[in-house]
Design a protein around this ligand. Sequence first.
Ligand code: BV8
Ligand code: ZN
Length: 271
Amino acid sequence: MAAFREEFSRARNIVVLSGAGISAESGVPTFRGAGGFWRRWQAQDLATPSAFKDNPSLVWEFYHYRREVMLSKFPNAGHKAVAECEERLKTQGRNVVVITQNIDELHARAGSKNIIELHGNLFKTRCTKCGNIEINRDSPICEALADKGAPDPDAKDAKIPVSQLPRCMKGKCGALIRPHVVWFGECLEEEVLEKTQKELDRCDLCLIVGTSSVVYPAAMFAPQLAGRGVTVAEFNLEETPATNSFGYHFQGPSGDFLQVALAPHPSESES
Ligand code: BV8
Ligand code: ZN
């Protein structure tokens, strides 16, 4: 950790790449292991355009459930350490950017400002017809979903008619809206990828936190940095397929480790 902190003290453009694991200590289920199931499915069975086309009611129950879960979840020490570090380093003319795969908004709620949401946001909707994107925090998002979305395997699917699912409120559109998230098989937004590439190009230190590094293209970013000699520090409970391409691997809860790793360095007070 001392060696990492030395490099941290000299870095001027820090990228924090996060996945579901950074929110685990907030009680938000990750995609792997037990938490990865909702009723009889895993996220990748429901987070797809074909699942939404075939059964929009089921997919909306899944996202409604995840929206409601967030009402009782809060940023943890890991999110806060990143946000505090961004604010502190800004006064030293140094950048911190969060590039997250998470759609739970916990980085923003912890105070991070410089955030790229690679896979969208649980509290944004997009119209399937006119493309209108809205921020929507309604709980429930529509009457028909009230008290629906129970996660237990034998919970009954609500089979809500499409006409009663969330609809577009822009003008007379009224078409079905969907979560503004990137599903499996969908491309990430062009401008998100461009912004990400710009940050990766100028990055001189990367922390990759709480991700199993299996979903692409997000899983490529840190190995890409390591490939051009940028120091990458992995914070995870376990090793991942990408671990051996990184300079550091801190094994344990990211909430604990990030507080130590990103704390003020003695050299900061000199400048
Ligand atoms: C794309 C938003 C181009 C939705 C997500 C077949 C057809 C089409 C595409 C593919 C295909 N086969 C493969 C692909 C590519 C696919 C992919 O990579 N699939 C994987 C499964 C192999 N990728 C895509 O489809 C992407 N688009 O490729 O477009 C294209 C287009 C058409 C055709 C071909 C290519 C889009 C991927 C985005 C999907 N959307 N999320 C939603 O959330 O509902 S992905 C979602 O899952 C997350 O955003 C995240 O990216 C991923 C989960 O990963 P993690 O965040 O890492 O979480 P996980 O639970 O896995 O791991 C948690 C980690 O934390 C663990 O390591 C654990 O040890 C650690 N941990 C736990 N607790 C702690 C901790 N660490 C520290 N402290 C703790 N306390
Ligand atoms: Zn519309």
